[in-house]
Design a protein around this ligand. Structure first.
Ligand SMILES: C[S@@+](CC[C@H](N)C(=O)[O-])C[C@H]1O[C@@H](n2cnc3c(N)ncnc32)[C@H](O)[C@@H]1O
Length: 422
């Protein structure tokens, strides 16, 4: 357990320093190479659960300390141990004992007594500490106060439901590849493999989360992993065989793959991150599909465009990811309110850039996985106001109302707007 605790503390520390959670896991596992696959899964569980409840853990730790602990590693270790004591079934005495030894391994032997006292004090007073900590919104709701305030303003009727959903474990949803099988046939395959499944509509099938290697037919391209809300993207772009299409922010290729399942397209998949572009290639190989992959800044068409206009463009813009917060519990703590204005400026610039390469009468789908108005309606309304040749087009019947998908048990939060060039 010692290595599990140390690894989880290093992931926590890196995340609290503002690093992205997946990079923090990669680095944590590199620093602790002896961890087995099962132990890595435990580290992930502690970190996901702990980060979702970070507001509660911080409030409890503040009550247990006379002065704040400045050493990041030590503070992270205490937070991890508090998470283990509350959210895992490990024996409390073992958690405390290992945390004391972990303090030494962190080069803080003088803090052994402090770690021991804090954790034992927690065990003695845990009932009161749990009750008292609920007083802050961060502890009660698991989100920073500014985030909660914004949701309250923008979703006066739904904000609590959104927060509840964003604190749940995310679903695992598959997109059945219509070129290789059908939903009923794939459901039969799942039944044979004794995997419980639920058809969510169109090609989306929800199953209990498991590694992709255990998903029947995944390696053969029968299915891809894609949230039900994300599956609206390619469908709303309204593509047809033979069209020249741009997927402007394409990596890791979820929507690129879906577009190619829907129609035979001349598809350019662009992303400015070369490392992430490799993931598109892997996904397309698995699906047996092909596209032209380009590494470039979509907002600067002068650097990559060959002058042939596109009939359809998908702009799945980089955003706060506030609609997928349950999949990335670090995001809520590391984002700042001022990030929204910076992201909005980037989104508007990308929209301006790719609009230039859309043919007249062509359609562009603007998409984000954000629930915040600043990155969604505000971007599209301002764009239409400054571009007289742009108009907001109607979605097909049955599409999400207003292009907004509120996060719920079966779907992440997304926003879509279809723009037409007159
Ligand atoms: C929301 S993700 C796209 C997800 C993808 N559409 C999918 O369905 O799998 C946003 C992507 O935009 C890329 N990106 C960010 N800024 C960009 C830019 N200026 N030009 C091109 N791609 C960019 C990021 O590297 C990231 O891969």
């Amino acid at each position: 357990m010692l290595d599990i605790q140390l690894c989880a503390a290093s992931v926590f520390g890196d995340t609290l320093d503002g690093r992205n959670l997946s990079t923090a896991f990669e680095d944590g596992f590199r620093r602790h190479p002896s961890l087995s696959a099962g132990e890595r899964a435990v580290v992930r569980e502690i970190c996901y659960e702990g980060l979702r409840s970070l507001g509660l853990l911080e409030a409890q730790l503040a009550k247990l300390l006379l002065t704040p602990v400045r050493h990041t590693g030590l503070r992270s270790l205490l937070l991890v141990a508090l998470a283990q004591l509350q959210f895992t079934r490990a024996k409390p005495y073992a958690i405390v004992d290992h945390a004391v030894r972990a303090a030494e391994r962190l080069g803080q032997p003088a803090a052994r007594g402090l770690v021991n006292a804090v954790l034992r004090n927690f065990l003695r007073r845990q009932h009161d500490l749990r009750r008292d900590a609920w007083t802050t919104p961060e502890a009660r709701l698991g989100f920073p106060a500014w985030w909660v305030q914004k949701l309250r303003e923008q979703y006066p009727d739904d904000w609590e439901a959104i927060i509840t959903t964003e604190n749940l474990h995310p679903p695992m949803t598959l997109r059945v590849n219509r070129r290789r099988t059908t939903v009923p046939n794939y459901l039969d395959l799942l039944r044979e493999a004794r995997i419980d499944a639920r058809h969510l509509g169109d090609m989306a099938v929800r199953i209990d989360p498991r590694p992709v290697a255990e998903v029947p037919g995944f390696a053969d391209g029968l299915v891809s992993v894609q949230d039900a809300g994300a599956q609206w993207g390619a469908r709303l772009l309204d593509v047809a065989d033979g069209q020249r299409v741009l997927d402007a922010c394409a990596a890791p290729g979820g929507k690129t793959g879906h577009l190619l399942e829907l129609a035979d397209l001349d598809l350019v998949s662009l992303d400015n991150d070369a490392g992430r572009l490799v993931r598109i290639r892997e996904n397309l190989n698995r699906l047996g599909a092909s596209a032209t992959l380009t590494c470039a800044d979509a907002g600067e068409p002068g650097t990559w465009w060959d002058g042939r206009p596109f009939q359809r463009i998908l702009l799945d813009a980089p955003c706060s990811a506030s609609g997928v917060a349950r999949r990335h519990p670090d995001i809520r703590w590391n984002r700042r309110p001022s990030d929204l204005a910076k992201l909005a400026a980037r989104q508007a610039a990308l929209l301006d850039g790719v609009w230039q390469v859309l043919e007249s009468s062509g359609k562009l789908l603007y998409a984000t996985c954000s629930v915040f108005r600043e990155e969604n309606e505000s971007i599209v309304e301002a764009f239409v106001a400054r571009n007289p040749e742009a108009r907001i087009a109607q979605f097909q019947p049955g599409a999400p109302e207003g292009g907004r998908i509120r996060p719920d048990d079966d779907s992440d939060g997304f926003f879509y707007a279809l723009l037409e060039k007159r």
